[in-house]
Design a protein around this ligand. Sequence first.
Ligand code: NAP
Length: 298
Amino acid sequence: MRGPSRLAVISGGTSGIGLATAARLAEDGFDLLLLGRNAERGQRAAAEISAKTGVHADFLAHRSEDFEHYPEVAERVGERTVDVLVASAGTGRQQRVVDTPVQVFEHILRVNVAGPLKLVQTLRDRFSRPGAVVLISSDAAIRGEQAIGAYSVSKAALNMLGQMLALDLAGEDVRVNVVCPGDTLPGMRYLLPPGASERDPDDARKWPLPPRGRLGEGRDTAELIAFLVSSRADFIVGASILVDGGSRAGAPDRVATPDPTTEGINAEGSREAHARHVTVSRRSKPRETTRPAESGTD
Ligand SMILES: NC(=O)c1ccc[n+]([C@@H]2O[C@H](COP(=O)([O-])OP(=O)(O)OC[C@H]3O[C@@H](n4cnc5c(N)ncnc54)[C@H](OP(=O)(O)O)[C@@H]3O)[C@@H](O)[C@H]2O)c1
């Protein structure tokens, strides 16, 4: 017989990785409080999970950057305790950090870093003991991406936030960990170039495959989270764990040196000073990089 039902609060629980996590935790019997901005999407997500699994799933419209409204989250939790908190709401911009207006930079840090902190502070007295918190970061926290500079900065900060919270809350029997997904289908809806309001539906076609040979799915990260919040992960505290199919494991083989009879050697027979390579942003748009010409010793 199942014990008293446990509650998981999930910010950004109405879409993508957060939604996949909600569905996965519901399979484990967790009741859910999903947070997001779009009420139609949120109510539909809660209703569908509830109908499929039989858990109680609720939705609260909530904006991560509106700090004065966080008490509403605690009010909706009511008399219950929070067994699990997952902070998945995230935003960004496809722009180099040097070109990012500071107002945009501040907004990204407010949503991606200060929001999760405020959520933990709001629910601190409501956590069950033991309790578990998982912050959804990114592989861009481990190795920054120039094309999404402010986002990379925010996710690196989020990883350190997770470590500091882990220290602060370990003595309160609340474990805090961070997961760092790699490219995960269908991709973030709010990581767009300046001026864009919707992402290109074909975006994912441009993503290079990780060594694992496929792109990530929300379920990949959700499975790790289901483990991390369980008692099986009792000794895992303050960890930042990649779920990226090996993308950040190391540099892949270098591209073979081009045939010198057709490429790379100019009329005088000397190699060009710099070869120009076009790579594809892992999450977004094509970008150009330069690197020194191949040495020919590969
Ligand atoms: N997908 C990837 O490739 C990938 C890779 C690495 C890391 N991540 C991280 O994983 C997390 C989820 O990404 P995803 O791909 O699942 O994105 P997504 O499908 O765009 O979902 C984002 C979720 O966050 C909510 N949200 C966004 N901005 C918010 C705000 N200002 N206030 C409150 N809620 C807000 C959205 O709610 P509404 O729809 O109601 O606005 C939605 O529920 C993010 O933290 C992201 O950085 C994603």
